[in-house]
Design a protein. Structure first.
Length: 277
């Protein structure tokens, strides 16, 4: 409405219409703040085991309790390296692609209804590209040289969402998210919102906690546990290709829903007791 349009015009005037500065703030700085702000909260829980409000919702009980600090340090350095030395150069290229479109830096914001249409398209594009590139890097030839790095974490944490080999970060992490806005010629505000949503969502998928009211991370957590199941984001292509059959037979599948109470699903839907050998 008028509030957002007015705020955008004030910001645009403050930046004196400098498209490069506006793009870097919108496509790089805001999403990075969303990513590290959200993961900063999770890292406190991972390192200290507090607050218990978060840690009691741990999916893989007994794992990362607390997290290995040396392993965590390596993950943070790699994540920062990927953001500065891989994502940022790709954003430079994206900037010049977006300048071909007339509306990316328009003074008129897209309507909220149109943003929802774009968001749906972005999500479908990401699902298709991520699923197939993810399965590709699981090919034995590529896995041991590229994707194995990401799977060092069989019980992932949020920051591990971009802990990956640079090639994987380009092909499987960044391009699936960037492609939708480039196809649609989206406004920088839409791009900023989508990048922030995508980074926070993938952090939730990797965080290792099934928290109340947030999307369920059980699907991707199971992928890290078993390696050859649950390759996608939404699970649609996994269903079509049958790469979620094992997952559907587990308690994790029963827990794969939005938690609407304060009782951890690991308590209300516990794993069956292990058979004694």
């Amino acid at each position: 409405g008028n509030f957002w349009q007015t705020a955008w015009l004030e910001f645009y005037d403050l930046m004196e219409g400098d498209e490069w500065t506006i793009f870097i703030i919108g496509a790089a700085l805001v999403p990075a703040l969303a990513f590290w702000g959200f993961n900063g909260i999770l890292l406190v829980a991972d390192i200290t085991g507090k607050p218990t409000f978060i840690t009691r919702y741990r999916i893989q009980l007994g794992k990362n309790d607390p997290v290995d600090r040396e392993k965590l340090r390596k993950a943070i350095y790699t994540a920062l390296g990927n953001q500065f030395f891989v994502s940022f150069p790709m954003l430079v290229s994206m900037f010049y692609i977006m300048k071909w479109w007339d509306n990316t830096f328009s003074k008129e914001l897209p309507t909220f209804q149109w943003f929802l249409v774009e968001l749906s398209i972005f999500t479908v594009v990401e699902e298709i590209l991520f699923y197939y590139t993810h399965r590709l890097v699981h090919h034995p030839v590529l896995y041991k040289h590229i994707h194995k790095k990401h799977h060092e974490w069989t019980a992932p944490i949020g920051v591990v969402s971009i802990y990956a080999h640079p090639i994987e970060h380009i092909v499987s992490n960044t391009l699936p998210v960037m492609t939708g806005p480039m196809i649609m010629g989206s406004h920088i505000v839409s791009i900023s919102a989508w990048f922030s949503i995508a980074l926070v969502t993938t952090s939730i998928s990797h965080c290792g906690y099934h928290l109340p009211l947030l999307p369920s991370p059980e699907f991707h957590d199971f992928h890290h546990l078993k390696f050859n199941q649950c390759y996608g984001v939404l699970g649609v292509l996994d269903f079509l290709h049958g790469t979620d059959k094992m997952f559907r037979q587990t308690k994790a599948f029963e827990r794969h829903k939005v938690l609407l109470s304060l009782t951890p699903l690991s308590e209300s839907i516990p794993e069956p007791p292990k058979k004694e050998e």
